[in-house]
Each structure stands twice: as structure tokens, then as C-alpha cells.
Design a binder for this molecule. Sequence first.
Ligand SMILES: Cc1cc2nc3c(=O)[nH]c(=O)nc-3n(C[C@H](O)[C@H](O)[C@H](O)COP(=O)(O)O)c2cc1C
Length: 245
Amino acid sequence: MNNTIQKMTEHVSVRDFQDTPLTSEQKMTLLQAAQSGATSHFVQAYSILEITDPAIRAEIGRISKCAAYVEKNGALYVFIADFYRQATLLEKAGKEPKGIRNPEALTVAIVDATIAAQNMVVAAESMDLGICYIGALRNDINRVAELLDLPPFTYPLFAMCVGIPASKNDKKPRLPLKNLYAENTYDKAAFTDMADFDQTMLSYYESRNSNQKSSTWSEQMVSYLQNEIRPDVADFLKKQGFVFE
Ligand SMILES: Cc1cc2nc3c(=O)[nH]c(=O)nc-3n(C[C@H](O)[C@H](O)[C@H](O)COP(=O)(O)O)c2cc1C
């Protein structure tokens, strides 16, 4: 296993950072790594905002209920799935934006933004920095769009805290490969047999170094996913110009 892969396997989300700003050089390195990812059809359908304004940080912290690490870190970014650039090109060319508003286009933009973000993660962790994605900014997506002055065809996917870890949680187990990897065809029986992983997670939660609890992964999924989550995202996306018929 080389160093890059070793670092990837050591990933944990960090939710407790030192109050040390990243240097300009570190930030440029992270952005360069983010930008180097593959991008569907070379559309580069994403943007990255660095949030330095304490008032915006505080508001994102409040919205996400992750204030401690959204406000205190080395840098805070928001990753945006973004076809506004292309929308302006199409408008200038007097063309309909048919290719940027359907679910396929939205998929492309989300994938592009996520590839860029995860490239930043791999780079940050290789520099011994910690990261935490903050999808919970979508708790109030309209307010986030207002705060960031987002134009049409943009979708704020998540924020990302980066910084020097002050403390780290224990590494979380992952699904056994038999639950997510098969050859050629989808193995319904193996992919849905959660018995081993439930036992693994029960032991992990009961013995980890913070926030101990007694629960299986299956129980958590049922509890989390039985209700609709963030229903206003659909209306937000329609408002931004995406079409779902
Ligand atoms: C897209 C995305 C959004 C996330 N949003 C949040 C969040 O809002 N707040 C948070 O504390 N962690 C968030 N996380 C971190 C996950 O909870 C974490 O990755 C998961 O529990 C696995 O733990 P680990 O990263 O330590 O291995 C997010 C992760 C991803 C990939």
C-alpha cells in the first residue's frame, strides 16, 4: 500500500480543529488538487466559495447545527454544482439552455463538484490536515443561496471544513466488501445481508472514544430514512431553473 492509499484508509471526519488559518500556499495547493479532477464532457460544472466572512460562517454554523467546527477551523469552503457559467454562454448565443436544466445535467454538476471536493479531501489529508463535509447546510438551502448570492443553475451541495485537527474520533468501520462489491450482476442477497455489519457497528458504537451508544447500522438507517429529508431541496432546484418532468 503506498502513502496515498494509506492516508485514504486512515480517513476520519474531524469535528474539532485548531484555530489556525491555513496558509495561502496550503489553500492554493488544495484548490489545485480540487481542480485537477476529471470532469464530464470538460464542463467543469462546479464552483468553490471560500467563506471568510464571520457573519456568513456563523449563519452556516447555525443552519447546519455544526457551529463548533464550521466556525473554528483552518478554512471553510462551499462546493456548488454550477451550470450558471454555461447558462450565460447560452444566453449570449441566444440559445435555449436545454442541455443544462434536466436531471442528467444536474447529475453531471453534482458529480463534478463532488469529484473536486473529494480531490481536495485526499490532498488535505495527505498534508495531515483534517476535513469535515457539511451537507447540513441544505437544512435551509434557500437561506444559504441568499447568503452566498447564488444565481440560477447553482446548487450549494455541502460545505467543507479543513484544518489542523485538535482531536480525532476513532476511525469508523465500513460495510464489508461482500455488501457492496460483486462481479457482473447485482447480488441482492449478499448486498442486503447486514448481520455482520450490524454486529461490527454495535461493538464500535459501544466502545468508541466519543458519543457512545447502543445501536446497529440497520436500526439507524430505518430511523433516519423513514421520513422525507429536506423536502424543500426539490422546490429550490426548480426555482434555480432545473426541470424534472
Ligand atoms: C456529503 C457529506 C455530507 C456530510 N455532512 C455532514 C454534516 O453536515 N455534519 C457532520 O458533522 N458530518 C457530515 N458528514 C460526515 C459524515 O457523517 C461521515 O463522513 C460519516 O459518518 C462517516 O464517518 P467518517 O467520515 O469519520 O469515516 C458528511 C459527509 C458527506 C460525505
